[in-house]
Write a protein that binds this ligand. Sequence first.
Ligand code: UD1
Ligand code: CA
Length: 509
Amino acid sequence: MTEPVENPARPTAVIVLAAGNGTRMKSKLMKVLHPLGGRTMIGHVLTAAQGADPRWLVTVVGHGRDQVGEHVRAQVPDAVIAVQETQEGTAQAVRVGLEALRASAGTTDGVVVVMSGDTPLLEADTLRGLVGDHAGSGRAVTVLTGEVADPTGYGRVIRGPGGAVSAIVEEKDATAAQRAVPEISSGIFAFDGAFLAEALPLVRNDNAKGEYYLPDVVALAVDKGRGVGAFRIDDVVQTEGANDRAQLAGLAAELNRRVLLRWMRDGVTVVDPASTWVDVTVSLARDVTLRPGVQLHGATTVAEDAVIGPDCTLTDVQVGERAQVVRTHGSGAVIGAGATVGPFSYLRPGTMLGAAGKIGGFVETKNARIADSAKVPHLSYVGDAEIGEGANIGAGTIFANYDGVKKHRTKVGRQFRGGSNNVFVAPVEVGDGAATGGGTVVRSDVPPGALAVSAGPQRVIEGWTARKRPGTPMAEAAEAARAEGGRIEADGVPEGPLGDQRGQEESPA
Ligand code: UD1
Ligand code: CA
């Protein structure tokens, strides 16, 4: 066995800054916890950070520390969480992060990357590029920069006569000439960790905001005659931060555009990218078609040749191959191969539709296993149910699963045939090959092969309109029909007074 070769570009640490309160978001939710494309802002940043394979991943929290810290731990269980008690600037935040790193790692030597928690489009490849460019360069610091269309609010990268970076100047402290510089600092740096630890205590807060600015370390490095570099990327959106909701929406749209582009290149048809939103966590197979107005969220997966849309919102839904899902709102559901869903269907968690099954228009399902080739075609609620293979639930059927106190289950057997407008009062079980008449309220178990009917027999009361609604348009219509001889005989009901009933045993719907 040969010794594994140490990756020279493996950073000692990535420090993610997330202690600020994000005032410009005007939100009770911490800025870095605002979502886009299926993750929080900091979730994207942590994913990129992990891609750089640091030995230690440190996150500096402050405002909303419990919320943010818990969120970070959920994604990166071994993250080091450092608490910045008061938010006196990014340099101070990094000091706190470095102290936590020293406590955990015993050193701050090696490459230390610093990132903001609010730069969500940064990609792991870019971070690896930055680290690779910096590692072994001997420079004290390399800053990731880009030329953005509107540099307002960013630190500007100031270069000397030879083009070497001499400082980063914050917007509020910049001269008019400096503000005109389009090259901005992304707030993402690769540092020589030993230098960073020495330099941070020298940073002062005599600036417009009275804060300790991390970018001031750049000028300090220049003063000390240490090398400073800029790693400038053309794909500037990766360097952009979201400080307010308008910037967040802009970055979310750009992220979505990129995600869709990737899927289209992988063989997915996206009919209308402008109205289609797909989270970074979603996975799509070849020859999937997304029609206009589709949003796919969370752990949603779509198998080959499935067609989604128009107008579907699916969260954590597994769609089988060749399935067709139209105008559907679904979450936590599984749709089998070749199944059809919609239009106007509502699939709630625990819905499992088998292969070639059907959930049709205006049907709501929850905790329902609907087996292969079983169908719930029209206007129904199916909750806490198990429906056997090939069964057909009648239009307008309600699975009454709630008795006001507890939820109960209904089981319907294979090849069952249900009449319209049924109610299954759970707990109840219907056997294989059984049937129900129209309007049946199933309150007790039905054995296999039996027919259950419970609707009251039909009563026909002749001449009712003429007696009770004389002189109305209704009575006129009835009279006209009678005069034309268009009389309809009451089916099987003997002539006679009120209350004639036909035999229940004759009346399957
Ligand atoms: C910062 C940079 C700016 C850069 C821009 C890139 C400074 C002073 N300015 O400006 O040069 O162009 O990012 O997006 O660094 N934070 C803390 N503790 C603090 C202050 C901030 O953890 O005391 C965190 C924030 O939560 C945030 C990050 O540091 O995640 C950056 O802070 P923010 O206020 O967004 O800085 P910008 O004004 O965007
Ligand atoms: Ca920012």
